[in-house]
Each structure stands twice: as structure tokens, then as C-alpha cells.
Ligand binder design. Structure first.
Ligand code: HEM
Length: 318
């Protein structure tokens, strides 16, 4: 009895204090204003992924690209001339129609309440689970940004960076080396256009030879598969549809598809982490979930604008 009274008090206290703290994300943010929000998102993601499995990795990547520019504020969803989404480097981003569909459904039930940034964050979590990955609790209360600039999309790593560039990029977002390696594990599913790796296959860094860190058989396969930049190739050559530790094993076997995957194994700061995650599924799952929470909590503290709850994820409110 005493225990449940103090528990009730704690829950009440948490609900009340979180209501006053505008910036903090909270697990109870939609507790009163849209209690079914997670159910709606989950059902929709499940329907879409059942129809087209490739949408699961697409949603995870879309969330990453959102959070990497101006924090997780749905700036990647804005669809106007000169926006991140219209940038050349965003051409292979997909899954926008899933978010639009979820938003339309939520607007019917809880108008002007749930941000597009929160929807995308939860959709990425549900997509991970549907692909066989871990579950984690998503805290809510993100606001949608009003600014989206094509040039800024180019700040997101594209696969040709050095390990130091990647580490610095993650650090600038408050994420560390372990987050970098664990989140790269998202490349255990999904695909890449050949354009992102062709530079490794024939004339790597002007040597006239391929990247020496590619396994010869795999190189042969990639050369045949990637005649055109617009072709697709699986990020995980061994188990492309399963969220497992095979991505890390591939990297150990010189079968990382992107340069930024493979170099994690040739740098002393990241290689021990690759080895650790390759050998223990539960550690990978646990760390991936923890790092995704950190990714999803990136907020743009520099922006003077407090943001809004967009009515349509494609456009700022009139
Ligand atoms: C080290 C930083 C990262 C780099 C350099 C990187 C690079 C890339 C590239 C080049 C592609 C293929 C793009 C194309 O179609 O040409 C890709 C795909 C993908 N990325 Fe990353 N990525 C990074 C981090 C992440 C993170 C943090 C996540 C998610 C948590 C993620 C999830 C994905 C997924 C799931 C795909 C496949 C998308 C699909 O199948 O549609 N990536 N990434």
C-alpha cells in the first residue's frame, strides 16, 4: 500500500514537472493528449513494411539523416525548393510516404498535437523491431523545425570519409566512438546505390587499382553488380534482411560494402569495438538501442526558433 502510494506520487510528480519543462523529452509526453499515438504508428509501419520490406531500412536511415542536420526536427521531411530533401545527396532517401500516411491518421485522432519529428523517431524504432532488431522506449516532445537547407544535407557522412571525420561528426552531435560503431551496425540491413562505392572498385585514390581492403571474391562480385551507379547492392552481403551481427563479421572479413564500414576495422580506436559487437548479439542489440536513444535525442540548441507541431510533414504551418 505504502509502495503504491509513493509510486502514484512519483508518476504524478513526473507528469506535472514534465509539463512545465518545454525542452525536455518525456515518455509521458502524449500520455493525455494522444494516448494511442504509439499504437497508430506501430500499426501503420507494420502495414507498410509487410507490403514492402525495404521500407524498414529506409525509415531507419531517414531518421538518421533527420537527426544529423539541425537535430531531430523533421527538417529532412520539408519538401520545398532548396530543402535538405531536395538536395542531390538526399536522392536515395525513402519512406516519406509512410510518415505522411501516419501523420494523416494521427491528425484525425489528435489534431495539431504530435510532431513529425516524434513520428519519424518512433517509426524508425518500430522499423528496427520489425527487421528483427531491439526495442527501446522513445521519449517524446520534439518540435518540428521551420528551416531546411539543401547545403546542410551535405554534412551527413556519405561513405567516403575517414574514421577521424566520422568520430568528429558524431562528437559534434554529442555521440561517441561506441555510438559510431554500434549505429553503423544499422548497415546490417538495407542497400546502397552503387554510386556510393564505385570509387573503391577500379581506381581507388588514383592508384589505378581497387581498394586493397576489399576481399577479392567480394570485389569480383561488386564489379559485376555495380556496372551502373544507379544499381543497388545489399549493405550486408551475407544476411541482408536480418538485423544481426553479420555486418560486423563481414567487416572482419574485408566485406564491408562502404569504405566507412570497412575502415572501422583498420583503425585502432574502432576495431576493438567491431570485434566486441561481432561476437555478442545481445551486446550489439543493447548498445544499438542505447545509441539510437542518443541519436533520437539530438536537439538543435543553436536555433532561435522553438519550432512547431506541423500539420503536414511536408510543409511548415502557414
Ligand atoms: C558512419 C556514418 C554513416 C555513413 C557514412 C552512412 C552511409 C550510408 C550510405 C552511403 C548509404 C547508401 C546510400 C545510397 O543509397 O547510395 C547508407 C544506407 C543506409 N544507412 Fe547509413 N550511414 C551512416 C550511418 C547510419 C546510421 C547511424 C544509420 C541508422 C541508425 C544508418 C542506416 C542506414 C540504412 C538502414 C541504410 C540502407 C537504406 C535503404 O536500404 O534504403 N546509417 N548509409
Amino acid at each position: 500500500m505504502k509502495f503504491s502510494v509513493s509510486l502514484c506520487f512519483l508518476v504524478f510528480f513526473f507528469l506535472e514537472t514534465s509539463a512545465f519543462d518545454d525542452d525536455a523529452l518525456s515518455f509521458l509526453h502524449y500520455y493525455r493528449s494522444c494516448p494511442d499515438v504509439e499504437k497508430i504508428i506501430h500499426n501503420k509501419v507494420k502495414q507498410w513494411v509487410a507490403k514492402d520490406y525495404t521500407l524498414a531500412p529506409a525509415l531507419m536511415r531517414l531518421h538518421f539523416h533527420d537527426c544529423a542536420v539541425r537535430g531531430c526536427d523533421a527538417s529532412v521531411l520539408l519538401n520545398h525548393q532548396g530543402s535538405e530533401r531536395r538536395s542531390n545527396v538526399s536522392k536515395s532517401l525513402r519512406g516519406f510516404e509512410v510518415i505522411d500516411d501516419i501523420k494523416a491518421e494521427i491528425e484525425k485522432k489528435c489534431p495539431k498535437t504530435v510532431s513529425c519529428a516524434d513520428i519519424l523517431t518512433a517509426a524508425a524504432r518500430d522499423a528496427t523491431v520489425l527487421a528483427g532488431g531491439p526495442f527501446w522506449q522513445v521519449p517524446y516532445g520534439r518540435k518540428d523545425g521551420r528551416v531546411s537547407i539543401a547545403k546542410e544535407a551535405e554534412m551527413v557522412p556519405m561513405g567516403h570519409e575517414r574514421v577521424t571525420d566520422l568520430i568528429e561528426f558524431y562528437q559534434s552531435k554529442g555521440l561517441n566512438i561506441l555510438d559510431l560503431v554500434a549505429l553503423s551496425g544499422a548497415h546490417t540491413i538495407g542497400r546502397s546505390t552503387c554510386g556510393s562505392l564505385q570509387f573503391r572498385l577500379f581506381n581507388y585514390m588514383g592508384t589505378g587499382k581497387p581498394d586493397p581492403t576489399i576481399n577479392p571474391k567480394y570485389l569480383n562480385f561488386l564489379r559485376r553488380k555495380c556496372r551502373w551507379a544507379s544499381e543497388y547492392v545489399d549493405l550486408d552481403a551475407t544476411t541482408p534482411k536480418t538485423f544481426d551481427v553479420q555486418y560486423f563479421k563481414n567487416v572482419q572479413n574485408k566485406m564491408g560494402l562502404l569504405k566507412t564500414d570497412q575502415i572501422l576495422y583498420s583503425d585502432s580506436r574502432t576495431a576493438p569495438l567491431v570485434n566486441a559487437l561481432a561476437s555478442q548479439t545481445h551486446v550489439f542489440h543493447h548498445q544499438f538501442a542505447a545509441s539510437m536513444v542518443k541519436l533520437g535525442n539530438i536537439q538543435d540548441y543553436l536555433s532561435a526558433d522553438d519550432g512547431e507541431i506541423r500539420v503536414n510533414c511536408n510543409y511548415v504551418n502557414a
